[in-house]
Design a protein around this ligand. Structure first.
Ligand code: NZQ
Ligand code: ZN
Length: 379
């Protein structure tokens, strides 16, 4: 095992109606609240009203920033940070999926400074302090509710980058599986693909930790067992809670203990599809993962064989990528570029953008030839 520090200060409030404690939790930090959310979903499903009741109960003064989009952009973060700074907010409340919570994390470290949030991503600036962040999660997928990472997109520099800092952990995260009832079939499936992908990135990461690997495999098995049942019964509380908890554990640090890092090559490649074609994050991963396993199966060797046996009872290395493909297909995720309308004509653009963004993995590096093969296998 590699030496490691496991640090996770987020307090998780999991289960039915846990939102009843939201008001009192926010009040600990003050009453000037920057409320950050996406587009319409929280108004359509009633979560907005429930949050408002909590805020009104504590007499909060509310400043709203809405419109955070999936695959969030730095401009929104900069605008919202200005709003928070000008109004001297005490606390940020993020209500939404990964895009909203990720944006709110960067808003929380941008309010105390005056430069663009992108300076953190380009390494020009380091965060010095943060406004406390409380999260209400409405989509199970990313694990952002209990980790310090945030992924942002910069259209001008043509980058979508993941970055993290301990100041970005939410103080408290509220996870009521009922709040995910309204997530449509496609995004529910993308969330399942994403949480599985996080476990795979950890499993194929740097460092030999049998226990972390067993935890990662258990989370994948949970998702592969309950995910398909959930997709036929979207308002089933039990299935929603299983997937929500699995997604949180999938990227809260526990699967990476004893490793110096995850691999993240597939995520890096997937981010290029989101950047170029606005592909939903989980859908980018269900396309890239089988292709990545396919081109690297010999290098992945015993590690892949073990995984194939555990998940599919398959030890034939060149068949395991197809097992993943069939699983992702079975839950309604795309497994090829053509399925999401990306034609062969875009191959060169994808390749160039991958090279420009230095797409590779921490454990399994990808050469330009690998990237070309990967794109071919994704067609
Ligand atoms: O815009 P709104 O109205 O919020 O609608 C969203 C959005 O259209 C909708 N939605 C969310 N909750 C809903 C709902 N619709 C109905 N009912 C609900 N309860 O779902 C759509 C997608 O939301 P989004 O937040 O984009 O999805 P997700 O949670 O998958 O987040 C994706 C983002 O997280 C990043 C991704 O790169 C991507 O930008 N990631 C963050 C990570 C992290 N911080 O650790 C790790 C991940 O690997 C990932 O990269
Ligand atoms: Zn992910």
């Amino acid at each position: 095992m590699e030496n490691f520090t496991l640090y996770n200060p987020t307090k998780l409030h999991f289960g039915k109606n846990t939102i009843n404690n939201l008001g009192s939790t926010i009040a600990k930090y003050g009453n000037r609240v920057l409320l950050v959310y996406g587009r319409n979903s929280i108004k359509e499903n009633g979560i907005y009203n429930e949050v408002m009741v909590q805020l009104k109960n504590i007499g909060a003064e509310i400043f709203e920033y809405s419109g955070i989009r999936p695959n969030p952009i730095v401009e929104d973060v900069d605008f919202a940070a200005r709003l928070g700074r000008n109004n001297q907010v005490d606390v940020i409340l993020a209500v939404g999926g990964g895009s909203v919570i990720d944006s709110a994390k960067i808003i929380s470290i941008s309010i105390p400074v005056s430069h663009s949030a992108w300076d953190f991503y380009s390494g020009l600036k380091k965060p010095v302090s943060s406004v406390p962040l409380i999260a209400v999660l409405t989509l199970a997928a990313t694990g952002t509710e209990m980790n310090p990472f945030a992924v942002l997109q910069n259209q001008k520099s043509r980058q979508k980058l993941g970055w993290g800092h301990p100041l970005c952990f939410p103080k408290d995260s509220f996870l009521d599986p009922q709040y995910t009832f309204s997530v449509p079939q496609n995004y529910t499936a993308y969330g399942i693909a994403d949480l599985i992908a996080h476990c795979l990135e950890a499993y194929f990461g740097k460092g030999d930790t049998t226990l972390s690997d067993r935890i990662a495999i258990s989370i994948i098995k949970e998702a592969m067992f309950y995910g398909p049942m959930l997709l036929t019964d979207l308002k089933n509380y039990e299935y929603r809670e299983k997937i929500m908890y699995a997604a949180t554990l999938g990227l809260n640090g526990i699967t990476l203990a004893g490793k110096s890092s995850g691999d993240w090559g597939v995520h890096n490649a997937g981010h290029i599809l989101s950047l170029l074609f606005d592909t939903p994050h989980g859908a980018s991963l269900s396309i890239v993962y089988p292709a990545w396993i396919n081109i690297l199966h010999e290098k992945l060797g015993e590690k892949l064989e073990h995984l194939g046996m555990e998940l599919f009872g398959e030890k034939n290395l060149d068949k395991i990528s197809n097992c993943f493909k069939y699983f992702f297909k079975s839950i309604g995720c795309p497994t090829s570029l053509s399925e999401i309308g990306i034609t062969e004509d875009s191959k060169h653009q994808i390749f160039e953008t991958m090279v420009m963004n230095k797409v590779s993995g921490a454990n399994y590096s990808l050469t330009e030839t690998d990237l070309r093969n990967l794109i071919d296998k994704m067609q």
